[in-house]
Design a protein around this ligand. Structure first.
Ligand code: C2E
Ligand code: MG
Ligand code: MG
Ligand code: MG
Length: 282
């Protein structure tokens, strides 16, 4: 509950809409103070290179530690942050924080950061990335930016120009949630992505539906021929992992390898990775 928002607010809404509208409005109000009050934190989820079974990097995933609600998932607040424009300062914080953390990791380990389409519309996302890298002292080659089709849907020349500038710096660009939107293949031609993240919907179906395996194989083959790598998202079982190896996927990410962990758990994980390799049985 935000300050100054009393019970009396209820009477402005129809009873049926009340709960949803109120919840949204309260998230919106709370988001404004959350950044200033340092309520956000990053969780990091490793992705594994299948050629050597070593951790190649970590994806930064934002978490909101709300003083009353507890941990709020990004699915519940990122869309509201996008509508209100709050995603711009929040996204900048995520980028800076992720780069700062990564600068402390071994130099072979990359970090990936999700960018919202709204951050592209705000104009100076490339300047923000450059400043975050510089201030953290992070080599641009160690940063990956994950964008969804929504970014390219904006269909303006400046979006592509920004992506090309970022790529020119050495930053890697990944297409996230591949296969869930429309005209995905067209987007692969629109921009030379470094990496395609195959959406977990396909991974989840791998053991259940033969067509899911056919799709994954087709995507890895296509990516390969276009000089792009592939990362499978949401890998939860050994069976899925085996299918993905067979299909020639470059990297895997998911609960089977590790859930997202707090920043302090990254170094110990890398320590054990170097010592024993992954998975337990190679
Ligand atoms: P995403 O970028 O596709 O991230 C993957 C999501 O799948 C994460 O959820 C992750 O925790 C979850 N996940 C990973 N492995 C598994 C698995 O094996 N099984 C299942 N069921 N789920 C798995 P999370 O952290 O809740 O984030 C959800 C979405 O919120 C992200 O999807 C991304 O679109 C967005 N998001 C998260 N952090 C940020 C951020 O800093 N900025 C922006 N713009 N969006 C973010
Ligand atoms: Mg992502
Ligand atoms: Mg994804
Ligand atoms: Mg997703």
């Amino acid at each position: 509950r935000a300050k100054g928002e009393g019970r009396g607010t209820h009477r402005f809404f129809e009873p049926a809409m009340d709960v949803e509208v109120q919840a949204r409005r309260s998230v919106e109000l709370d988001l404004r103070t959350a950044l200033a009050e340092r309520q956000f934190a990053l969780a990091f989820q490793p992705f594994l290179d299948l050629s050597d079974n070593r951790i190649a990097g970590f994806e930064a995933l934002v978490r909101w530690h709300h003083p009353v609600r507890g941990v709020v998932s990004p699915a519940a607040f990122v869309p509201i942050a996008e509508e209100t424009g709050m995603i711009v300062p929040l996204g900048e914080w995520v980028l800076r924080q992720a780069c700062r953390e990564a600068a402390r990791w071994p130099t072979g380990i990359r970090v990936s950061v999700n960018l919202s389409p709204v951050q592209f519309r705000s104009g100076d996302i490339d300047a923000t990335v450059i400043a975050a890298l510089r201030d953290a002292g992070l080599d641009p080659h160690r940063l990956e930016l994950e964008i969804t089709e929504g970014v390219l849907l904006q269909d303006n020349a400046s979006t592509l120009a920004i992506l090309h500038r970022l790529k020119g710096l050495g930053v890697r660009i990944a297409m996230d949630d591949f296969g869930t939107g429309y005209s995905s293949l067209g987007y692969l031609r629109a921009f030379p992505f470094d990496k395609i993240k195959i959406d977990r919907a396909f991974v989840a179906d791998l053991s259940l539906r033969p067509d899911a395996l056919a799709i994954v194989r087709a995507v890895t083959t296509l990516a390969d021929s276009m000089g792009m790598t592939t990362t499978a998202e949401g890998v939860e079982t050994e069976e899925q992992l085996a299918h993905l190896r067979g299909a020639g996927c470059t990297e895997v990410q998911g609960y089977l390898i590790s859930r997202p962990v707090p920043a302090e758990a990254v170094a110990p994980m890398l320590g054990s990775d170097v010592a024993c390799g992954w998975p337990r049985r190679a």
